[in-house]
Structures are given as structure tokens and as C-alpha cells.
Design a protein. Structure first.
Length: 256
């Protein structure tokens, strides 16, 4: 049992640190494992062993390293939650985790539905403002996960299979994807023209017992809006993020 838990921890640590490496390489393609080891205060051989799945990060270093990767919130949260009372959380398939957690995958899959889509990694990179090497990496992972099919002509198409994540269930990958969405929204708020987006919020009173009803309404709204906007002539990819959270400490009713 101890060996299983150790292997599962190593898997979580590898996924978390791999997210950090890839995120920083997007900004600087020359960013290396040695540079990352220097930045997070871990010996290069230790970091290489973690990436190789041969060992995990010592528990005594998790908190310190977590603080040094706060620029990638999803990775930081995953790393710091890998130990719970000394026991690793449920193991995660690293490929599925990356596909769910990182925004590029959903964007690439959705881009295939655009009227002006071109089955070219260069075209995808230009449309999503990514490095072409990053696009090729994502395409390969989507093919490996059977979420993309390569036709004889070399073009990509989506199979009938879809990727779905659980709602209201603790999911590290899903949490990381929410962090990614917030990070994307923050960047877009500062970089795109006002007429191309809408950012709005409202503060109101409500009771805790209405949460299930509100969630149901939000899910119905998402589906309704998506159906309204569906068109074979669409040429752009948009993302809608909805957050509902309390600003006050929740006062739950006594259930006795």
C-alpha cells in the first residue's frame, strides 16, 4: 500500500510540475528543466527523477515549492493537495488531466467547427496566438486520447466521442481548468477591444438552500445560449465563464 501511495504521489507531482514547465515554456521556449529546478529550489537530478516518474517531491518541500509556482494556480493547487493526512488523493491519468486542465485543447477542438477552419498546425497557431510547437503537442495528445482522428488526407476530424468532466465532484483537473479560465479572462480584459467582449457582475442576497436551483438555472442558460449561437458560418471561438460564490461566511441551518 505504501508503494502504491508513493507512486500515486509521484504521478500527481509530475503532472503539477509539468504544467508549470509547459506554461513557462510558452512564454520562453528555451526554458529548461534545469532552469525550472533553479527557480523552484530543487536539485536538477531530483526534478528529472520526478518528471521520469521515479520519485516524488519530499513532503517537507511541497509547501515551499507550491509558493514558488503560484503563477500557475492550477499546478500549485494540485501539488499542495497531493497529500491529505499523508495519503495521496485519487490518482490521475496524466494525459486526460492535461487535456481537461489546459485551455488550448478545448479551443482546438472547438476550432474544428468554424466555417473557415484549416487543418494546419500553423493556421491553428495563428488563430489561437500559440507557438506552432505547442499546437502540434496538443494535436498529438488529442489523437492519442482518441478525441481527434487523422484522415488519410492528413486532415483532422472529431469522432463521436466527447470528453466530459464531473460536476460537483472534487476534480483536480477541473479545478485547474477553472484557474486557467480565470487567468485567460484576466489577460483578455487588458488586451482586447471593448466591443469584442462583455464583462459584468451583480451582487445580491440569497439563501444557501437555493444553490441547487441556481446551478440548475445556470446550466440551462449555458445550453440555451450555446444553441442560440450555433451556426455553420461561425468563424471565431469565444469562452463564457460563469462564477457564483458567497462573499459572506455561510450560515447553514441546523439540520437536527
Amino acid at each position: 500500500m505504501a508503494r502504491i501511495q508513493e507512486n500515486q504521489n509521484a504521478s500527481s507531482h509530475k503532472i503539477a510540475l509539468d504544467l508549470v514547465l509547459k506554461a513557462r515554456q510558452r512564454k520562453n521556449p528555451r526554458y529548461s528543466i534545469r532552469a525550472m529546478a533553479r527557480d523552484i529550489g530543487v536539485h536538477p537530478s531530483t526534478l528529472s527523477a520526478i518528471f521520469g516518474g521515479k520519485r516524488n517531491l519530499p513532503q517537507s518541500q511541497i509547501s515551499r515549492v507550491g509558493k514558488k509556482i503560484k503563477d500557475i494556480p492550477g499546478a500549485s493547487a494540485l501539488l499542495e493537495s497531493s497529500f491529505r493526512d499523508g495519503v495521496c488523493a485519487i490518482p490521475i491519468d496524466s494525459l486526460l488531466y492535461e487535456i481537461v486542465a489546459e485551455w488550448e485543447y478545448a479551443a482546438i477542438l472547438t476550432l474544428l467547427d468554424c466555417a473557415n477552419y484549416e487543418s494546419s498546425s500553423r493556421w491553428i497557431a495563428e488563430r489561437l496566438q500559440l507557438e506552432e510547437s505547442r499546437v502540434k503537442h496538443c494535436l498529438q495528445n488529442l489523437v492519442s486520447a482518441e478525441l481527434l482522428v487523422v484522415e488519410e488526407s492528413g486532415k483532422f476530424r472529431k469522432p463521436a466521442k466527447n470528453i466530459e468532466t464531473t460536476e460537483d465532484i472534487a476534480s483536480k483537473a477541473l479545478r485547474a481548468s477553472h484557474f486557467e479560465a480565470l487567468r485567460q479572462a484576466h489577460g483578455k480584459l487588458e488586451s482586447i477591444d471593448l466591443e469584442t467582449h462583455d464583462f459584468s457582475s451583480v451582487t445580491f442576497t440569497m439563501s444557501f438552500d437555493k444553490i441547487p436551483k441556481v446551478k440548475k438555472e445556470i446550466r440551462a442558460f449555458r445550453k440555451r445560449l450555446q444553441k442560440i449561437l450555433e451556426s455553420e458560418s461561425n468563424t471565431e471561438i469565444y469562452q463564457l465563464n460563469l462564477q457564483l460564490f458567497p462573499l459572506t461566511k455561510i450560515l447553514k441551518k441546523d439540520t437536527k
